[in-house]
Design a protein around this ligand. Structure first.
Ligand code: AMP
Length: 356
């Protein structure tokens, strides 16, 4: 067990790291952020920051030597960086093996299938001819995605019967991609689950996610779905985190089909935007839960004391912050980013709906 006073190293300096650092500070831990970015949201609230590229081995070695444990808030940390840290003898949770699976959409779906978890039909595609073959096998309606480094809908092309496949192949980079059958979903949901080193797991209630331009816009907690479906989603999340054997936090994004089936879309082995509501509406936030899990503390209660609706403040929407302050049931979180570019997550507001 790592007792309060220890130093947690966090790879990545975004808002997720900032909120982990806040939770860690409340429990008496210190954080050291490693990020290529100056003035990052996380570094503004932590005592120690290293600003260096992820391939700077000298800086990584100094960072590893100065912390007691390492985690990440950005899952596209290069696998080599994670392996280098692990080779320094520093515990890293989740480990490089988990990153290897979740950084690659094909490996991730192959893994899910191998442990009996349902996903939409998919094919790995490595050429235009392969794309044509995949379309003939799984149908003309699909989503073609880059295998790596895609998030918030980046590197994705929607395919329809009339789509020009050569153009779509160019748009995803023309090297290696995954074609997924389009899911005609009733809604999108997610479950965040924690697992500690003793193998104990705790899942948060299933929430419903609404996207705008492929970016999460609103999370509704709990999800407005049948209780059996929510329970099934939570069981899937606990099964996947146990099958990965990881210590830390896993977000499992899923589709609920019109026939009530639950299909896993994507995994993120870190705190997740769809869990921000837990900061204000649950006894233990996802950020505190991550600290508890990786430091070997008992996991906290994942129960909610209020229902909640979380809305992201994207780009200029951050200018509405005064409105949130005027509402006694709204909790405002701003990430400290200097420039409100379109599509950039600048903050969020959680409106609590206390249970009577
Ligand atoms: P992703 O980057 O995989 O999370 O995809 C971003 C968003 O695109 C998802 O949250 C869905 O709204 C949509 N999407 C992705 N894959 C599919 C799919 N196979 N069928 C339908 N919608 C999808």
């Amino acid at each position: 067990m790592l007792a309060p006073g220890a130093v947690i190293g966090i790879l990545g300096g975004g808002q997720l790291g900032r909120m982990v650092a806040g939770a860690a500070a409340a429990l008496g831990y210190r954080c050291h952020i490693f990020t290529p970015e100056r003035e990052s949201p996380a570094s503004l609230v932590t005592p120690f920051t290293t600003v260096a590229p992820f391939d700077d081995e000298a800086a990584l070695a100094r960072f590893a030597a100065s912390v007691d444990i390492v985690t990440f808030e950005f899952e596209n940390v290069p696998a080599e960086t994670a392996e280098f840290i692990a080779a320094q003898g520093r515990a890293m949770h989740p480990g490089p093996d988990v990153l290897r699976v979740t950084q690659d959409r094909v490996r991730e779906k192959d893994f899910l299938r191998s442990v009996g978890v349902a996903t939409t039909d998919y094919r790995e595609v490595t050429s235009l001819a392969g794309l044509r073959r995949a379309v003939s096998e799984i149908g003309p309606r699909g989503v073609l995605k880059t295998v790596r480094l895609g998030y918030d809908g980046k590197g994705q092309v929607m395919l329809r019967p009339e789509s020009d496949l050569a153009e779509a192949w160019q748009r995803v980079g023309g090297e290696v991609a995954i074609l997924e059958a389009l899911v005609d979903f009733a809604c999108e949901i997610s479950v965040i689950v924690a697992r500690n080193g003793a193998g104990e797991t705790a899942s948060y209630p299933t929430v419903e996610n609404q996207h705008v331009n492929h970016i999460l816009d609103t999370t509704i907690a709990p999800a407005r779905i049948a209780p059996e479906t929510a329970a099934r989603a939570e069981a899937v999340a606990r099964h996947v985190v146990a099958a990965l054997g990881m210590t830390g936090l896993l977000a499992v994004e899923m589709f609920v089909t019109k026939s009530g089936e639950v299909l896993v879309n994507e995994l993120a082995p870190r705190p997740h935007n769809s869990g921000h509501w837990t900061l204000d509406a649950c006894y233990t936030s996802q950020f505190e839960q991550l600290v508890r899990a990786i430091c070997g503390l008992p996991l906290g209660s994942t129960a909610a004391h209020s229902d909640a609706v979380m809305k992201n403040l994207i780009g200029d929407a951050v200018d509405t912050w005064r409105d949130a302050l005027a509402d006694p049931l709204a909790k405002l979180h701003i990430y400290g980013k200097a420039e409100a570019r379109p599509g950039r997550k600048m903050g969020h507001v959680t409106r609590l709906l206390p249970r009577s």
